[in-house]
Design a protein around this ligand. Structure first.
Ligand SMILES: [Zn+2]
Length: 167
């Protein structure tokens, strides 16, 4: 088993970006790669399926990538000494200790401490609207469990705004 597992969230309505295809072929990261085909359009279920599938493989270091992400600058992404690291894209974050999903990595102990379920939307009392995106809800759980979270690196992610921004 290699030290890293890269899980590509291969949702059926998305296409693997050309840039990600090239990056997967060229990376010198010592990693196994798994494509997780997830049914339906429920992003919460997609991400939980990807995490559950990754944990079964037994790797310590886990990378989760949306198939439509286009890697840009990941030079500092792999060496960042933080428990949860997410590459930035065109979405603002209010705090330094938060990320949006799309291209992120963590470790097995973080996921064992934060779920299942790992990924959950946060709603108002009536569930009429989401009050925060599912990534920041996960980040708060990781911080509460004593882990560190940081945004590092850069990718392009066209669907990020639609999936992660809340009113
Ligand atoms: Zn988000």
């Amino acid at each position: 088993m290699r030290p890293w597992l890269i899980t590509v969230n291969d949702a059926p309505h998305r296409m693997l970006s050309r840039e990600l295809h090239l990056w997967l072929g060229e990376t010198d990261l010592d990693a196994d790669v798994e494509f997780v085909a997830v049914e339906g359009r429920n992003v919460e279920c997609q991400y939980n399926t990807a995490i559950e599938s990754a944990l079964i493989r037994g790797h310590e270091n886990l990378v989760f990538i949306d198939s439509d992400v286009r890697p840009a600058d990941l030079s500092d992404f792999w060496t960042c000494p933080t428990d949860v690291v997410g590459a930035a894209y065109n979405l603002h974050l209010d705090t330094d200790d938060s990320i949006h999903f799309g291209f992120w990595r963590t470790t097995r102990p973080v996921l064992l401490a934060t779920g299942p379920p790992w990924i959950e939307w946060e709603y108002d009392a009536k569930h009429t609207r989401a009050t925060d995106c599912l990534c920041r809800t996960f980040c708060r759980k990781a911080l509460a469990a004593g882990f560190t979270v940081k945004q590092q690196g850069l990718v392009l992610h066209d669907s990020g705004k639609q999936l992660h921004q809340t009113p």
